[in-house]
Write a protein that binds this ligand. Structure first.
Ligand code: FUB
Length: 314
């Protein structure tokens, strides 16, 4: 009887695993066609590329997403959808709006940062890059309740960089913020600060160098690049600024790519097997801004380290 039960349990777990993973090929942008995905955050862990995303609902009429997914590949052609790595159902202190996440590896563990309710950012941990992630903290890492002056009206879109052993978390909407994290990756070290971007002082509204949302910092050679969205609407896109220090100040440099058709822009840039890629989303499949699809393209840099603007085909 005991053996019988074990075989049954194994069958169930194998079946569950098979249901959870979905294998597919990259057949050109949008990359993911079997569901709606947005806000791609791409990382290489142990030589494999992982892309963490928000998950737009099939009938969405707002950004009322419920869970987050991760996709992975080792050759950019064969991809796995590993399923939901965390869901609002798993978080006791949040009920709505599972927006743009990020993940990072430290000391053999993987930390997943996620904004909820447009007012809070949480962190969850796993032994695997594909989760499941567990909210061991049990409360928000960032919560602007009573602290809008310091933290901002919309603490969304967290992304994390580790440089020389120090972790930095970037986030924010309309004003970029940065805060250091302690080595446990689950507590803040010091105050939340405004991330200064020089050269955008006159860009008070969308487009140009205006900071909309989606800060993402990566390092190439000795330069830190801050990728972000320059607002919302038909002309918004991903732009960037550079600095010599992860805390800034950054200098605005220009557009990373031509405009995408979705009203939001959100992306990440990653080096994989010696080439650089920008991940972003559009609404090509649905023609609906609340049902977006992730894409990626290769980008190149000029001899001064500036990004050669990616011109998307119409
Ligand atoms: O996906 C919900 C929100 O839309 C994100 O937080 C923003 O960056 C924008 O992509």
């Amino acid at each position: 009887m005991k053996n019988y039960c074990l075989v049954f349990a194994l069958l169930l777990s194998v079946h569950g695993f098979a249901q959870k993973e979905f294998h597919f090929k990259n057949e050109g942008n949008p990359l993911v066609k079997h569901m709606y995905t947005a806000d791609p955050s791409a990382h290489v862990f142990n030589g494999r590329l992982y892309v963490y995303t928000s998950h737009d609902e099939n009938k969405a009429t707002y950004f009322d997403m419920l869970d987050w997914h991760v996709f992975s590949t080792d050759n950019l052609v064969d991809w796995i959808d590993h399923g939901a790595v965390l869901s609002l159902e798993d978080i006791e202190w949040a009920d709505k709006w599972a927006w743009a996440p990020d993940a990072i590896k430290r000391d053999g563990k993987f930390y997943f940062y996620y904004p909820v309710e447009r007012t809070k950012i949480g962190v969850a941990v796993s032994d695997s890059p594909t989760g499941p992630f567990v909210d061991k903290r049990g409360r928000a890492l960032i919560d602007n309740t009573g602290q809008i002056d310091k933290i901002g009206k919309e603490p969304i879109d967290p992304s994390v960089l580790i440089e020389d052993g120090q972790a930095f978390m970037y986030f924010g909407c309309r004003e970029p913020k940065v805060v250091k994290l302690n080595n446990d990756m689950m507590t803040l070290k010091g105050e939340v600060k405004v991330l200064k971007i020089h050269g955008i002082e006159n860009d008070k509204e969308h487009f140009g160098g205006y900071f909309g949302e989606a800060p993402w910092v990566f390092k190439r050679k000795d330069t830190f690049y801050l990728l972000y969205s320059n607002g919302w609407g038909k002309e918004s896109t991903l732009v960037y600024a550079t600095a010599k220090d992860p805390m800034g100040p950054f200098d605005f440099q220009g557009e990373v790519m031509s405009v995408v058709d979705s009203w939001t822009s959100h992306g990440s840039i990653v080096e994989f097997k010696g080439k650089w890629y920008v991940f972003y989303h559009n609404m090509e499949l649905s023609k609906n801004n609340y049902r977006r699809s992730i894409c990626f393209d290769e980008i190149t840099f000029d001899e001064n380290g500036m990004i050669n603007k990616l011109e998307l085909k119409e």
